[in-house]
Design a protein around this ligand. Structure first.
Ligand code: NCC
Length: 338
């Protein structure tokens, strides 16, 4: 991938679009795999395999970036084996993301894809707050207002969960909403933490990803054996895997990598708003795939979400300023323009 300073606007829009489309497809596909009556796979193994694939892809991209096998090896030696403190630093978001990714499976086993997608947008105010607190950025009044309009929109939908047809499993809506709440907190914190680490030094995005995914594999593997050890011993790690499950893992891997690129070139708040647009796509997909019935309350809530996306994007003070305090930077501030 190109360097932070000279990447084109078109490339940023492309990454945002791919990330949003992948997120919409991921949510619907994941929901489908959890609602069909079949040999159910262990969701914790899917989260773990995703980390492995993201690690392999990041190593391949870093190999392209460094240009030769010897430079790749010395970069890995220096940044992985020779940087225990950095590895420890990146184990924080990997742990939080591991929890978040597992919560997505719990939530989508108990809530409709569109309801999940809309309520999950509560991560936007959470991310905004984390951004203000952890990165010392400021938001204009209109932007905070937009964040709260968005909250109103998602709350309307939450109070009026949409019924689906064709779901063949027992669902616990309360459990689903609790899982969404945990995922929201994790997404806000881990996203901003990763952004802070990434933008506080000149270390390559792919090195940062590799550092994070290595501990991600360890943490998610621990999750597999803590929660589903007996089932896996009996049925096997890949029990229940079929084409669709592999597709979900593929989307999770690609989506994760694009998310990291989006965070590098924009910021977490921008990412959140653009991902809210995925609601429209997943709603349309749910209507077609699951016979989703849209209520008036849902429609008003979705409309508020759209309005907030618009008002947040109105001309404003740049919120993508970030204080750089790392020793590797001579500047006190960098601007990342979208
Ligand atoms: O929730 P969200 O992202 O913030 O979750 C971030 C996802 O990206 C992975 N990640 C993050 C940073 C990094 N350097 N590497 C990564 O692999 C994390 O592991 C985590 O999975 C969003 O903003 O709405 C978004 O939502 C997710 C996903 O839809 C939700 O988490 C729902 O489960 C999207 N992920 C995918 O589509 C696979 C993400 O693109 C956007």
């Amino acid at each position: 991938m190109a360097g932070r300073e000279n990447v084109s606007l078109l490339f940023k829009l492309y990454c945002l679009l791919v990330m949003t489309l992948v997120a919409a497809a991921y949510t619907v596909a994941l929901r489908y795999t959890r609602t069909v009556k079949t040999d159910m796979y262990f969701s914790t193994t899917a989260v773990c395999v995703t980390e492995v694939i993201k690690l392999l892809l990041s190593v391949i991209i870093l190999a392209k970036e460094t240009g030769s096998a010897s430079r790749l090896i010395s970069s890995l030696k220096e940044n992985v084996l020779g940087s225990p403190m950095e590895m420890l630093k990146l184990s924080v978001p990997s742990l939080v993301y591991a929890l978040q990714n597992n919560m997505a499976f719990v939530a989508l086993s108990n809530l409709d894809a569109a309801v999940y997608q809309v309520t999950y947008q509560l991560k936007i105010p959470c991310t905004a707050l984390c951004t203000v607190l952890m990165l010392n950025r400021t938001l204009s009044k209109l932007q905070w207002f937009s964040v709260f309009i968005l909250c109103g929109g998602v709350t309307l939908v939450q109070y009026s969960p949409v019924e689906t047809t064709k779901v063949q499993i027992e669902q616990n809506h309360l459990l689903g909403f609790v899982a969404v709440a945990i995922a929201v907190l994790c997404s806000g914190f881990a996203g901003v933490y990763f952004e802070k680490v990434l933008k506080s030094s000149d270390t390559s995005l792919w090195v940062r990803n590799i550092q994070m995914y290595i501990s991600g594999i360890i943490v998610t593997l621990a999750g597999v054996f803590l929660s589903e050890r007996e089932g896996i011993m009996e049925k096997g790690f890949f029990y229940g895997y079929n084409f669709l499950v592999c597709f979900v893992i593929f989307l999770a891997s690609v989506g994760g990598l694009y998310t990291s690129v989006v965070v590098k070139y924009t910021d977490n708040i921008m990412k959140g708003f653009s991902a809210a647009a995925a609601i429209l796509i997943s709603t349309v997909a749910s209507v077609v795939l699951f016979g989703l019935q849209i209520t008036l309350t849902f429609a008003i809530g979705a409309l508020l979400v759209c309005v907030s996306i618009y008002t947040y994007g109105l001309p404003r003070k740049d919120t993508t300023k970030i204080e750089i305090q790392g020793p590797s930077s001579n500047t006190s501030e960098k601007l990342i323009h979208v």
